[in-house]
Design a protein around this ligand. Structure first.
Ligand SMILES: [Zn+2]
Length: 332
């Protein structure tokens, strides 16, 4: 694969704290040599592991972006043993627009890995993260929330892995993050995600889901702030043990089958039966789909295909056929 056209205007090997940018080429009609700067922070001191923390993979997910801005301001080189690399607004054009997808080309950045150095803004940035940053790392966490469409029970999220030792290390880091839930998933279309890219490089890696609804939830922000520091404690980059939240240790959960998803059977307006975090029963009413095209017809009832914790709910009112409106989780 060719060298990256992205230039890091920080020295990834230098001790101390540096706040700079990744300069990513983006040609325009009126600026053929135009670039878009992506903020990057490197804090390094002594010897120890490297941890990459990222947020703003999707621009409409805010808890991670704010938690990493806090860390960027607060982290001092003297308290670090090893190296911390922060990308608080990784897919910057989407973050600046407050959107999940890129306003440049409509791409979902978390479907761009391992990237392509000359494939346009998102692909070349993904290639830089995969081929330049990830090989430096021992630990990686990509902070997500549910975005504009979904609201999700605050969780550190890992994948099911074939390697038992890596699985144990993944679960240990998720527990240390200290959200109310440690979630292990077999994700829909996981291959082109940053999490899968980090796993392919043998890095202990996590994602998260920390609320959503297109807003910054203060309670979830507190979990994310503590969790980001907890990952650094867990990795040994910061001294001391991870801090446990008031709700105690994380519940380990999973979403075993597609039957745990409730999908919209028609376009419409979703009226949910239950609130996020409720315990729901298999076969119980999940809610009603109201169809504005059929004023004479009753709303369409949908039911849960499995019982458990209501882990994810539709936040936006309007849904399209095939959208998930609820996801139920079971103990791992
Ligand atoms: Zn996301």
């Amino acid at each position: 694969m060719s060298a990256s056209p992205v230039v890091a205007e920080v020295d990834l090997e230098r001790p101390g704290k540096q706040i700079g940018q990744l300069r990513v080429p983006q040609s325009r009609d009126d600026s053929g040599w135009g670039t878009i700067p992506v903020p990057v922070v490197v804090v390094a001191n002594g010897s120890g592991p490297t941890v990459l923390l990222t947020a703003g993979n999707h621009g409409d997910e805010y808890e991670g972006q704010v938690a990493l801005l806090d860390l960027a301001r607060g982290l001092r080189a003297e308290e670090v043993q090893g190296r911390v690399i922060l990308l608080p607004a990784m897919h910057y054009p989407a973050c600046a627009a407050g959107k999940r997808l890129s306003p440049l080309d409509g791409r979902d950045f978390n479907r761009c890995f391992p990237g392509d150095p000359f494939g346009g803004f998102a692909m070349s940035l993904a290639h830089f993260v995969d081929s330049v940053l990830l090989p430096l790392c021992d630990y990686q966490m990509d902070l997500h929330s549910g975005g504009t469409g979904m609201d999700i029970f605050p969780s550190a999220v890992g994948h099911f892995l074939d390697d038992r030792a890596m699985q144990d290390r993944t679960i240990a880091m998720a527990d240390a993050f200290g959200a109310p839930c440690t979630m292990l998933l077999r994700e829909v279309n996981a291959g082109p995600t940053l999490l899968a890219a980090a796993e392919r490089r043998g890095i202990v890696a996590l994602s998260s889901e920390l609320g959503g609804g297109g807003r910054l939830n203060p309670g979830n922000l507190a979990i994310t702030r503590r969790g980001a520091r907890n990952v650094l404690h867990h990795a040994g980059v910061l001294e001391g043990a991870p801090e446990v939240g008031a709700y105690g240790t994380a519940r380990r959960m999973t979403v075993p089958t597609l039957a745990h998803y409730v999908f919209a059977a028609a376009d419409g307006i979703w009226e949910a039966q239950d609130a996020l975090g409720a315990e729901v029963a298999e076969g119980a009413p999940a809610g009603l789909l109201h169809r504005i095209e059929a004023p004479g017809d009753p709303p369409l009832p949908l039911r849960y295909g499995a019982g458990g914790l209501l882990w994810c709910v539709r936040h936006a009112g309007r849904v399209k056929t095939g959208d998930p409106v609820a996801v139920v989780a079971e103990p791992l």
